[in-house]
Design a binder for this molecule. Sequence first.
Ligand code: NAG
Ligand code: NAG
Ligand code: NAG
Ligand code: NAG
Ligand code: NAG
Ligand code: NAG
Ligand code: NAG
Ligand code: NAG
Length: 515
Amino acid sequence: MVSFKSFIAFYGLTLLPALVTSSPIASGYFARKLFSRDNINASTVAAELGPQLSNGSLIFGSNNPQYANATSRWNRFVRSDVQVVVEPAAERDIAKIIKYCNENSFEFLVRNRGHGITSSLSAFSGIQINVEKLQDITLQPDGKTAVLQAGTSGGQVIQELWNQGYVTTTGSTQCVGVLGPALGGGHGRYNGLYGLVTDNIVHYNVVLANGTEIGVNETSHSDLLWALQGAGHNFAAVTSIVKKIYPKEIDTWHFHNYTWTQDKLETVFETLNTFHKSYNGTTPPKMGVNFGAIRMDKSLSADEALLKWGFYYAGPAVEAEELLKPFNAIGAVEENMIDLSYPDVAALTSGDCASGNLAVSSVLTLEYNVTAERALYDHYITNVAKYPDLAATAYLWYEGYATAGYQAISPESTAYPHREENHIMFFATVVPDGSDLHDAAKTWAKESSDIWNAGQPGRQPKLYVNYAMGYDFETLESIYGYEAWRLERLRSLKAAYDPENRFRFFVPIVSNSTS
Ligand SMILES: *[C@@H]1O[C@H](CO)[C@@H](O)[C@H](O)[C@H]1NC(C)=O
Ligand SMILES: *[C@@H]1O[C@H](CO)[C@@H](O)[C@H](O)[C@H]1NC(C)=O
Ligand SMILES: *[C@@H]1O[C@H](CO)[C@@H](O)[C@H](O)[C@H]1NC(C)=O
Ligand SMILES: *[C@@H]1O[C@H](CO)[C@@H](O)[C@H](O)[C@H]1NC(C)=O
Ligand SMILES: *[C@@H]1O[C@H](CO)[C@@H](O)[C@H](O)[C@H]1NC(C)=O
Ligand SMILES: *[C@@H]1O[C@H](CO)[C@@H](O)[C@H](O)[C@H]1NC(C)=O
Ligand SMILES: *[C@@H]1O[C@H](CO)[C@@H](O)[C@H](O)[C@H]1NC(C)=O
Ligand SMILES: *[C@@H]1O[C@H](CO)[C@@H](O)[C@H](O)[C@H]1NC(C)=O
C-alpha cells in the first residue's frame, strides 16, 4: 500500500482490555479448559507461558508503555482487542505460544509491522504474537538465497542485502514487513525482473494451527506451499523463509516524476496504455513501477485535481529517458529527476508509513479506460466539493508495475490468482479523528471502484488481497479467484491444515469459526 505524506502523524491506539468472547466447546486440540479463562491478563500469561519462552521475550498488557506502539495499526480503523502482547525472542517460541493458546482456548494473531488494513482484523480478541524481534537476515553460502526471519521489514532487507551486494523482491514501502505482503503475493519494484515476493520464496518454516512446526517447500507439504503463495494468512504462522536473492548488477535507479494538469488526463492514460505494451506487449521489465495519483494540490490549483506520476527505472538515466520520451512530450507543470541506489530510491516512498483512519477500495485491470478515467476525475471533483474534510487526503491511486517477471509464472502454480492483471488502482482517503464521514468515505471509495469496473465491461471485478478492506461488495471470488477449483482447493487445504479455523482474521476464506 502506498499513500501520501499528508497522512496524519503516527499515533498509537490505546485499547481497553476486554473479555474473551466465549465460544462453544471445541473438538480436537482446541479444547476449552473446564474452568473459565475469560479474565486473561498479562500477569497470568507471564506466569504460565513466560518460563517456556527464550530469554528476551516480552509479555505485556495495556498498562505497559510499549502496548500502544505494539498494537497500533497503519489503518487506525482496525481495532483488534489485544488482551496480551507476546513478543517472542526466538523462532521456536512461536510454537510454544500457539500451543499455550490452544490449551487455554485463547485466540492468537500474528502481527509484524501492523499494515494489514482489512476490517476482519477488528474481529480479533486474544493474544497478539508480535514477531518484530525476529529480524535476522542470513545470506546462505551459495549466494543464491537468504534466510529472513518473520519480523523483517522491506527496508531492512533491501538495505542489508544491498550492503552485501544483493537485491530481492519486497513490497514497495519500506516500513511494511516482508511476510505480510508476501503471504498475499506481494507486488513491488522488482516484479518485472523477478516476479512477486512470494515467487522468490523457496522454503517456509511455519507453525500450524495445532502448534506443530513444519518446513514447507516443493518436496515437503507442497500442497500447503501452493496456499502460502497468495492465501497464506489463512494457513499458518511463518517463523522464517528462505528467499532467492540476486547479485546487484544495477548501480542506480532513475526516478522521474511529473505533475500534469487535468486537461492532459486523456493523453496521460493513452500514453500509459501504449507504454505498458511497448516491450513485446508488456511493460519494459526494468521500468519497475510507475506510481500515479490524482489528487488536490492547493499550492498549484484551488479547484482542479492534478495528475502526479513517478517512474522508477532499474538503470541509468539515459536508458530510462529514452523510454520516457512520450511522457516528457506531454508537458508537465513540474518535474524532477534523480539517480539513486536501490535503498535510496526505495526510501522515496517512506512518507507512506504514517497511519490514518483509512477508507480504501481497489480494483485490478488490464489497461486504463480513458473514458472511465475521465468519469472518475469528475466524480472525484464532485466529492471534493461535497466533503472538504475528506478532500484534503482523498486521492485516486495507480500502480503500474512491470509484469514480465510474475506473468512468466504459471497462474495455476500458486494461490495468487490474478497474474493476468496489469494494474492496481485504488481510491483512498483518511477520515479525520472524530469525524462522522466514515460512511461518506466508504461510499466514495465504493463508487470509485464501481466506475473503474464499469470501464472494463464483461470482466469480473478483481482485487489484490492485501488491499481488501472487508467490505460486503468484495467477494471471495474477486479476491481468491473465480475459477471454482481455487476456492475448492483452498477450502480443502483449510480443512486439512486448520480445521478449527484459527487463522481467520485476515481476509478469511472460511468466515466463521467452525468450533
Ligand atoms: C490477573 O488474573 C488473575 C487470575 O484471574 C488475577 O488473580 C489477577 O489479580 C489479575 N491481575 C491483574 C493485574 O489484573
Ligand atoms: C536467561 O538469562 C539469565 C540472566 O541473563 C540467565 O541466568 C539464564 O540462564 C538465561 N536462561 C536461558 C534459558 O538462557
Ligand atoms: C514502535 O514499533 C516500531 C516497530 O513497529 C519500532 O521501530 C519503534 O521503535 C517503536 N517505537 C517506540 C516508541 O517504541
Ligand atoms: C524442504 O523442507 C524439509 C522439511 O523442513 C527439509 O528437510 C528440506 O531440506 C527442504 N528442502 C529444501 C530443498 O529446502
Ligand atoms: C518529485 O520527487 C521529488 C523527490 O525526488 C519531490 O521532492 C517532488 O515533490 C516530486 N515532485 C512531483 C511533481 O511529484
Ligand atoms: C521481443 O522478444 C523477442 C524474442 O523473444 C526478442 O528477440 C526481442 O528483443 C524482444 N523485443 C524487445 C523490444 O525486447
Ligand atoms: C470504457 O468505459 C466506458 C464506461 O466508462 C464503457 O462504456 C466502455 O465500454 C469502456 N471501453 C472499453 C473498451 O472497455
Ligand atoms: C497438526 O496438524 C497437522 C495438519 O493438520 C497434522 O498433520 C498433525 O498430525 C497435527 N499434529 C498433532 C500433534 O495433532
